[in-house]
Design a binder for this molecule. Structure first.
Ligand SMILES: Cc1cc2nc3c(=O)[nH]c(=O)nc-3n(C[C@H](O)[C@H](O)[C@H](O)COP(=O)(O)OP(=O)(O)OC[C@H]3O[C@@H](n4cnc5c(N)ncnc54)[C@H](O)[C@@H]3O)c2cc1C
Length: 297
């Protein structure tokens, strides 16, 4: 049985080094100021998808990412590791989306993809950190969801059901659900396989329309321009709101009840550290203090 698997992958600012110009005045992220990376847990999701493809010959792994033109980088990275194709959902109208508007846009694009058995994404993005988009996409598509997935155990052909292990407080739970289904994957799941040298060779010149336009804009002739005709897979597909027949009112800032007010970088100062002997009294006194100053509880 072959499976149609859609991987939700987000390009995120590398929030490990947020500088003072990280935020624009309107509370949205100044993406140009931060290096962009493949959201770590989405790489774990991609690995689970590729393992299913290995186990079910004929399956396809399709990447779906919503972001600015440079998010085409996410599609290339996925193709280098074994994905079959991908779509970049990109339109000014998607800008500033909160999780509700993001999941609306992704669900609308998934409907346009049409055939899907498994939609798999990371548990959480390292910038918004809400872990809301996966479950919201499932709700918008009316699908069962398995979150905090640690490992996909099997997909049963006859019953079209999936068995997965998920992390819960204090242990691991084995659950089962019907296809089509939405899964979110933890960072403690298997790491993603590295790039495949042959696939890097094959897709290294793959570009989205905005990337090509940007190159032309800089007066740079498109290298190997004829290749894009001969090898259609080098033309990464971009979808606008109109392409996915989206409702503008539910997209971007206008579709977002949540507005990010501000982001600030918090770094703990060394002077706050204290060495304890570990005696019960001392530990108890510390807990009372941390409760009193609302650091915990
Ligand atoms: C500091 C900060 C705080 C924020 N707080 C909130 C908030 O409280 N509420 C709110 O509604 N919005 C919030 N946002 C906006 C939120 O980041 C965006 O809506 C974002 O597009 C989705 O939410 P998330 O980053 O939390 O993703 P999560 O819900 O954590 O993402 C889970 C998974 O969904 C998939 N996914 C998410 N975004 C995309 C995408 N663009 N393309 C493809 N797959 C994707 C990925 O697989 C990802 O691993 C915040 C943004 C920032 C920067």
């Amino acid at each position: 049985m072959s499976l149609n698997i859609v991987v939700l992958a987000k390009q995120v600012p590398d929030t490990r080094n947020v500088g003072k110009d990280a935020m624009k005045a309107d509370g949205t992220i100044n993406r140009a100021a931060l290096p962009a990376i493949f959201n770590p847990e989405d790489l774990n999701a991609l690995e689970q998808a590729l393992r299913l493809k290995d186990a079910h010959p004929g399956s396809t792994v399709t990447l779906l990412t919503m972001g600015p033109g440079r998010a085409a980088e996410i599609l290339r990275e996925g193709l280098f590791r074994g994905a079959d194709n991908g779509y970049l959902l990109t339109d000014r109208a998607f800008a500033g989306a909160d999780t509700l508007a993001t999941s609306y846009a992704l669900a609308t694009a998934i409907r346009k993809i049409g055939t899907f058995d498994i939609i798999i994404g990371g548990r959480q993005a390292i910038d918004g950190d809400t872990a809301q988009v996966g479950p919201q996409v499932a709700e918008k598509l009316g699908l069962t969801q398995i979150t905090y997935t640690e490992e996909i155990v099997k997909v049963d052909e006859a019953s079209r059901r999936i068995v997965a292990k998920r992390h819960i407080d204090g242990g691991v739970e084995t659950v089962e659900g019907p296809l089509p289904i939405v899964l979110t994957v933890n960072g403690s799941a298997a790491p993603c396989r590295p790039r495949n040298a042959k696939l890097v060779q094959k897709y290294k010149r793959a570009l989205g329309a905005q990337e090509k336009a940007a190159l032309k804009g800089e007066g740079e002739p498109l290298a190997y321009a004829d290749l894009y005709e001969k090898r259609p897979y080098l033309n990464l597909v971009e979808w606008s709101v109109a392409d996915v027949e989206g409702d503008l009112k539910q997209c971007g800032l206008s579709g977002s009840p949540t507005k990010v007010k501000a982001i600030e970088n918090i770094s703990f100062q060394a002077k706050e550290s204290r060495t304890l002997t570990g005696s019960d009294q001392e530990v108890e006194a510390l807990i009372v203090e941390l409760l009193a100053n609302h650091t915990i509880g």
